[in-house]
Design a protein around this ligand. Sequence first.
Ligand code: NAD
Length: 422
Amino acid sequence: MAEIVASAASLNPFAIAQHQFDTAADILKLDPRLRAVLREPVRELHVSLPVRMDNGDVKLFKGFRVQYNDARGPSKGGIRFHPDETVDTVRALAAWMTWKTAVMDLPLGGGKGGIICNPKQLSERELERLSRAYIDAIAWIMGPERDIPAPDVYTTPQIMGWMMDEYSKLRGHSTPGAITGKPLSLWGSLGRDDATARGAWYAVREAARVIDLDLSRARVAIQGFGNAGTFAATLGIELFGASIVAVTDSNGGIFRSNGLDIDQVLAHKKSTGSVVGFPGSEAISNADVLEVDADILIPAALENQITARNAPDVKARIVAEAANGPTTPEADTILHHRKVFVIPDFLCNAGGVTVSYFEWVQNQRGMPWELEDVHRRLDRKMTRAFGEVLAAARQHNVDMRTGAYCVAVARVAEATRARGWA
Ligand code: NAD
């Protein structure tokens, strides 16, 4: 049975999310009725979006919005545009958002959205029409008090701006609190752009204290060079003086033992579209980056990257999961036995949703904050959550992921019970 679960889990992100939840539910000896409620999304909407293309044709896109659990507050979670999107990926991500808002102790639930599309093959006008069509289709289940989307893979502040505008038109008044991750001109929060990576580095700082690692000498490898990955690179240098030795994007990657000049790598990516071919670097693959000689590995791309096959070869002492779901359960076990300190995704990358929450608070009150306030409050939230997860992991003698699940599931279970849902 365990093998069947493991093989299903290695294929399906939602099976992984349920498997991880079950582990925590067992440890917490969760009431079977609560367990049944918390194992499934409370609501999901499947939409078909007819979009007029620039050549006059109409193309149909499939999209989803999943609200996993809103016992603690309105659902919160990003929207992905990706050709390989599946409803099970969105369900898993919505579940992780629920645990993420709970582990950070935010007054929010968890949700996620996605559209099956390749944004790289769409013009800006087509992207705008698709974004607006998605909001037209899901508007009746979203809003500042119901469900607040945000950016995720291949969605940008501009896309959030169009979406907020579409939602506001439908409501007949400006509603900035309906979407976070907006451009600053539409009352996005200062500090939202690098919040995921900054939060991850605050968590890495705490982990480094636990394992006694000097960050100013640390070598860092990063898989994925989008929002989370690029800021992870620049902030690693800026905040701690770490050395970034490897980065990759969807086309491949680069390695330089003495550290990469990240400003120049960014300029190279801007002019060529990829980090690949950066002068003075060795070419590596997206698989190689997980195994390079580094103290800290930051997966910042997609799910299921660290598996039973490559986990024995991970050299890093800290794996900081900026991406959602980058490590399979089998790999988790291997890394735990090898004493690799894994900072689990829904703790490590919670800086994004935390500053999204700050943005929502600012929008609802009509009162913007200074950047220093955002950084200070984010640091406090991340440090506190890290400490609570570490304490739970030590109390139950489990890894950090299971510790994080214990903290989060207990909070959501208590709210679900208090509402009388189970
Ligand atoms: P992004 O779209 O800005 O960047 C994605 C990066 O991944 C790009 O560099 C792309 O080239 C790379 N990539 C795509 N396919 C790949 C593949 N097969 N192998 C290796 N690299 C590949 O996305 P992002 O916002 O940086 O999100 C990255 C991860 O971080 C996702 O798992 C996302 O859920 C998670 N995350 C992001 C935020 C946020 O605030 N942006 C918050 C929490 C979690």
